[in-house]
Design a protein around this ligand. Sequence first.
Ligand code: AMP
Ligand code: ZN
Length: 498
Amino acid sequence: MYRKPHLDLLCCFLYSYHMTFNFYNTLGREKQVFKPLREGKVSFYGCGPTVYNYAHIGNLRAYVLHDILVRSLRRAGYDVNHVMNITDVGHLSDDADDGDDKMVKSASERGKTVLEIADFYTKAFFNDTDRMNITRPNVVCKATEHIGEMIALIERIEKNGFTYSSGGNLYFDISKFPSYGELALLQLDELKAGARIEQDENKRNAFDFVLWFTKSKFENQALVWDSPWGRGYPGWHIECSAMSMKYLGENFDIHAGGIDHIPIHHTNEIAQSEAATGKKPWVSYWLHNEFLVINKSKVSKSKGNFLTLQALIDEGHDPLDYRYFLLGGHYRSQIQFSMESLKGAGNARKSLIDKIKSKFSQADIAEAGRLEIGTGIRSAEYTSYIEGFDKAIEDDLNTPRALAELWGLLKDAPASPEALAAVYDMDRVLGLKLEEAVTKSADGVNEKFAREIEELIAKRAEAKKAKDFAAADNIRQTLKDRGIILEDNPAGTTWKLG
Ligand code: AMP
Ligand code: ZN
């Protein structure tokens, strides 16, 4: 899609003064006005996948949130640097240092090396996210390629007095970090009682966590590195602290992940990062998506309700049907998944595309493709919908309300190239590939024929006005013979390929 660059800049400029985002910050549990650390720039880190298996559809919900966030901020004119990690080492089956190493277990079950497994599932992950039109991050960083950064960060934490060695591992001592658990609203007595899990006897406090493993129950760990604490491998949490700070600086704007990450992973990331730098808050805004559930049970790799995007495709769904399905719920509400509701979303997406195709003429479509989207061209008939859409997105990324505004525009605003450009503008956030869907159907109809069709439609309208219904029907038939179907609706006559 060609867009004139200088006007794009203008549109960014205009939008950055129009939109004020309010994000629900888990840190503080309230909606807060978004103000980045550096004017016009947003630094964002979203926790990426552990690549030991395919992503399930619950995981993909998390990446749709990241995508909506990034798209909304970019549309508003921000220069967003989006960083995502790939976990290929150190993530145990329990986030709190318990259980097996997910990568090692998967590799041994499949008779492959850890790196082969990581490579295979990383590709599969991006294949899924691409199919769902999820924008790729600016930086994708693998844990195994950042061991040096992790060691350097652990050294800083150690130097500041927050660590101890026990049973061959290096631990983070939460009793040295008074604000531990702030994000998750963990209570001190809860921390002391340490009822979280069966306690690792090496730990001084139940909530202490491993920064570096050397000798432990995972003697069979395939990937090990030399470190000041012996040959071993990093704990899971340190990778996100080390890589986010490498690419975004010691303090950055937004961090996101699923709500399961609040009490352990993100809590530990904050503790170790702030212990290393002494600069608080490490991250200004924490956004967490709720779960996707099936029959009240969280979709997860271990719960036997593991559904992949491919499984939905195999059932005849388009990946964008699933995207549409997710946009129909607010990211902070649980969504109940079922094949029936996915089917409903698929039908709604199809009606959306049909509605656009029937509402707008080929001339509108051709003209809208040439128009600059988001330039602030405003027409009274659809301004309220674009404004409503912006308000919905500003209000903690309320996609269900944003979709309703899109539908409102399609139902009520008169057709014009500008109104269609407004639809495309909304789709810069929604990512439903609406322009592609609309223009694809016009393939095979060249501009000359499109003009001829429009002229015949006008002649037919005149004939109808003069009550010459035979002539009007004649025109309809002539076009039908050439593969064009006319549809009369209150706003006028539209056409589509038959
Ligand atoms: P993982 O690969 O297990 O680290 O998870 C990747 C992302 O998916 C994380 O942000 C998780 O919080 C998120 N996640 C896991 N299960 C679900 C679920 N059922 N619904 C929504 N998000 C989930
Ligand atoms: Zn993380």
